[in-house]
Design a binder for this molecule. Structure first.
Ligand SMILES: *[C@@H]1O[C@H](CO)[C@@H](O)[C@H](O)[C@H]1NC(C)=O
Ligand SMILES: *[C@@H]1O[C@H](CO)[C@@H](O)[C@H](O)[C@H]1NC(C)=O
Ligand SMILES: *[C@@H]1O[C@H](CO)[C@@H](O)[C@H](O)[C@H]1NC(C)=O
Ligand SMILES: *[C@@H]1O[C@H](CO)[C@@H](O)[C@H](O)[C@H]1NC(C)=O
Length: 444
């Protein structure tokens, strides 16, 4: 029966792929996820194949009605009445919960800051600067419009942020070695992050929930969840269901509202996954293969993991509403790589240990696209056990063994790899550093 569903969904998706020109691909992905969930709900109560067939028909009708689906081929312009077509950022001050929460937090800080200033205008200005920086991190804020001083067009054309405007907070396994790295490599300044212990981020996985950085598990405490607020890692009362001290991975899902956390160091935890929604953790589908140090990244908007440290396999699996499904094997038996989903739905695999060669670091940059793995480039320095983050049209890869910080630049329109540059080195061999895109001077 799952086979039938897969065929039907593949048919639906094949018809979708013909419409690459559709502008609302992201909304389409969200919509498909809803359809998948409905299918799951529907089929759950089925006892025979007729019922399953009916559910499958419903899922196809559902997919067709999605923006970019058969009934709405060019996206929301064709079906503005579709519930997902309402613009999330239109009147965000009235309608967008995340924006409102973020705005209120910034106003609260500003208010507090102003009231605690001595009667000096410099202090007040500094409060407003900090307020601007906080707002800059809120959803819907048009932060990535070109910031030239020309009073130019009234269009709000969004151009990707330039590397010189990118700042990445890096929290290594020793929290007191945290630093702020600029995307053009020009500056690297130490940052002050407070945490209950200097080993707090050691082997922790990280991901954003509603724009806030969270870290999960790690050697210091395998079930902790902590959130970065105002330069401090605060432990939450909610904990992971499983102890994940190493080898696990975390990935923002559902437009950054939730995080999927999977895998771990040993035993059955290898295969478990759970979802954190900002307040609760719920266990979810287990993959067929263990993916210790196999990472998590989005491929076609679905969480995907590749390879494994322990079993040294090359299996790849992807998670949908109905569970994990096999996708094409990676050409190498691999682990310790970094996975990054691009906007065009493809998945990058960077670096890692090549078990075909006894675990040597590999330099290949691989792309999974249209169910094919291709090597699209080479790192300047082979590496493993690093971390990667996609900002603007660049992937920043912070390597462990070479210490190199390498930037992979992609073409703005086609998202093809254009250049690889080493912009700096990490101050030391920091493995799996926590990365967070932020503003200049954050926590310094
Ligand atoms: C699943 O079914 C239940 C009960 O029939 C319903 O309350 C729930 O909203 C459904 N969920 C989805 C995602 O359709
Ligand atoms: C603004 O933020 C910076 C960095 O967090 C902090 O050092 C500074 O004290 C803040 N300014 C005021 C006036 O609170
Ligand atoms: C998270 O999920 C729990 C349980 O389903 C729910 O009670 C809670 O409201 C959710 N929290 C958020 C922030 O969505
Ligand atoms: C990526 O998507 C854009 C439209 O969003 C399209 O114009 C471009 O050709 C795509 N690039 C690749 C490599 O698929």
């Amino acid at each position: 029966m799952r086979f039938l569903l897969i065929i039907l969904i593949n048919l639906a998706q094949a018809s979708l792929r013909q419409r690459d020109s559709c502008n609302d691909q992201e909304i389409n992905n969200d919509c498909s996820a809803v359809c998948d969930a409905e299918y799951f709900n529907c089929s759950k109560n089925c006892e025979n194949s007729d019922c399953l067939r009916k559910c499958a028909e419903e899922v196809i009708a559902c997919e067709n009605s999605c923006p970019c689906g058969a009934d709405c081929p060019t996206g929301c312009v064709d079906c503005p009445e579709h519930p997902l077509c309402a613009d999330e950022c239109e009147d965000a001050q009235l309608n967008n919960n995340d924006y409102q929460i973020c705005l209120n937090a910034a106003i609260y800080e500003l208010d507090f800051c102003l009231k605690t200033c001595p009667p000096e205008i410099g202090c007040h200005n500094s409060c407003y600067e900090n307020y601007t920086q906080m707002l800059f991190l809120c959803p819907c804020i048009e932060q990535q419009t070109t910031t030239t001083t020309e009073i130019s067009t009234t269009t709000t054309q969004i151009t990707p942020i330039e590397p010189s405007d990118v700042f990445i907070l890096v929290i290594p396994y020793l929290v007191d070695k945290s630093y702020l790295q600029s995307g053009d490599g020009s500056s690297q300044i130490s940052a002050t992050i407070n945490a209950p212990d200097n080993n707090y981020a050691d082997d922790a996985a990280h991901a954003l929930v509603n724009g806030k950085l969270h870290i999960f598990g790690g050697y210091y405490d395998g079930t902790k969840i902590a959130r970065l607020d105002d330069c401090t890692l605060n432990e939450l009362t909610v904990r992971l269901n499983e102890e994940r001290r190493s080898g696990h991975a975390a990935l923002s899902i559902e437009n950054g509202k939730k995080v999927l956390i999977c895998f771990g160091p040993y035993g059955d935890i290898h295969k478990t996954c759970e979802i954190f929604n900002g307040s609760t953790t719920v266990s979810t589908f287990a993959p067929d293969w263990t993916h210790k140090y196999g990472g998590l990244g989005l491929y076609k908007n679905q969480p995907t993991s590749v390879g494994c440290y322990e079993e040294e396999h090359q299996k790849a699996e992807t998670l949908s509403a109905t569970g994990w499904t096999a996708i094409p094997d990676h050409p190498k038996r691999i682990s310790g790589h970094s996975l990054v989903g691009l906007e065009n739905q493809s998945l990058l695999l960077i670096g890692g240990e090549d078990w075909g060669y006894g675990g040597v670091d590999q330099s290949g940059i691989w792309q999974l696209k249209d169910e094919n793995w291709n090597k699209i480039g080479e790192l300047l320095q082979a590496d493993r056990s690093g971390s990667a983050i996609y900002i603007g049209r660049s992937v920043y890869y912070f390597g462990y063994e070479s210490k190199a910080i390498q930037r992979l630049d992609f073409n703005e329109e086609t998202e093809d790899l254009q250049n690889v540059a080493q912009i700096r080195n990490q101050p030391a061999d920091y493995y799996y550093p926590v990365l967070f895109q932020t503003v200049p001077n954050y926590c310094i």
